[in-house]
Design a protein around this ligand. Structure first.
Ligand SMILES: [Zn+2]
Ligand SMILES: [Zn+2]
Ligand SMILES: [Zn+2]
Ligand SMILES: [Zn+2]
Length: 294
């Protein structure tokens, strides 16, 4: 049996990947110099090759192709849901489609293993083509832009404790879910990183004219917000201010949470230390965990 382990063509950055390949480009691009490594194993051959991964996207909906794949009598292919949406009329030539399977492409896709798109950020997973997109939505190496103002750093979630310490002199505290812990905020603090098991959270401490605002976000995709919640309590004078909320993904456009605790500052009183008590709850993440460990 010969199995191809293909690599994406070129060192494309994640930011460039949104742009789709023009349709005039060849379907398969042949390897160019330098020669690619050839790995031979005892029971099966694995050949390395390069190709443009966009060639295996449905040219109508631009989603990755998956079986069943259909072709018209002229060989134009489309995914099954596009065939249905177009009432089994080929989008390219208007011939009937939806009856002839394109088994060659189905077989190619079934045998394909590809690296994660975040390989350059440290992900070493080799994924079946059909599992790749799902993994990438929850890949622990998804890069995030540093939320500190005027900082151009971007990296995987777990690189932020080191980055914040070196670039912003910001500390990281380790904590456990469902256990209360205390963070003491200095007047000069803008952020404190909070790290638990597989997730990095960011405590924001924003200064406003009449007081300060405290809330939490996390380095993860927006669809993971529902898997976390937290309690936050601040003592201000004789008052204890509390909030129960969901941390906001750092990727959300409007990064400031609409849920925050406002700590009013008495006029003409110098700002002092603020003691924040926190407890995080993480009831589990069955679906995303599958993506992380396919
Ligand atoms: Zn489609
Ligand atoms: Zn056609
Ligand atoms: Zn990955
Ligand atoms: Zn930074």
């Amino acid at each position: 049996m010969v199995r191809f382990a293909m690599q994406a063509l070129g060192a494309e950055s994640p930011h460039q990947r949104g742009a789709k390949r023009s349709r005039s480009e060849p379907l398969v691009e042949l390897p160019t110099s330098p020669p690619l490594p050839l790995q031979l194993q005892e029971e099966e051959h694995q050949l390395a090759a390069t190709f443009d991964p966009d060639t295996l996207d449905c040219q109508i909906c631009m989603e990755p192709l998956s079986a069943p794949i259909f072709q018209c009598s002229n060989g134009h292919i489309a995914c099954s849901s596009c065939c249905q949406k177009l009432s089994n009329i080929c989008a390219s030539c208007s011939n009937p489609t939806g009856k002839i399977r394109c088994l060659a492409i189905e077989k190619l896709i079934e045998s394909l293993h590809m690296s994660c798109r975040y390989a350059e950020y440290g992900c070493q997973k080799m994924l079946k083509f059909t599992k790749k997109r799902g993994h990438e939505t929850s890949c622990p190496y998804t890069p995030f832009k540093c939320p500190a103002s005027e900082c151009s750093f971007s990296g995987a979630a777990k690189s932020f404790p080191e980055h914040f310490l070196e670039a912003h002199q910001t500390r990281t505290l380790d904590f456990q879910y469902d256990v209360w812990f205390t963070v003491v905020l200095n007047p000069t603090d803008l952020h404190v990183l909070l790290k638990a098991e597989n997730m990095v959270f960011l405590l924001h401490y924003e200064k406003e004219a009449l007081g300060n605002i405290v809330y939490v976000s996390f380095f993860g995709a927006p669809h993971r917000e529902e898997f976390f919640s937290y309690h936050l309590a601040v003592k201000s004078g004789q008052t204890r201010l509390t909030m129960e909320s969901v941390p906001r993904s750092i990727l959300q456009e409007d990064k400031r949470s609409t849920n925050f605790v406002f700590i009013p500052r008495p006029l003409n009183v110098p700002e002092g230390l603020v003691q924040v008590e926190l407890s995080f709850h993480h009831p589990g993440e069955a679906i995303s965990a599958l993506h992380i460990n396919p």
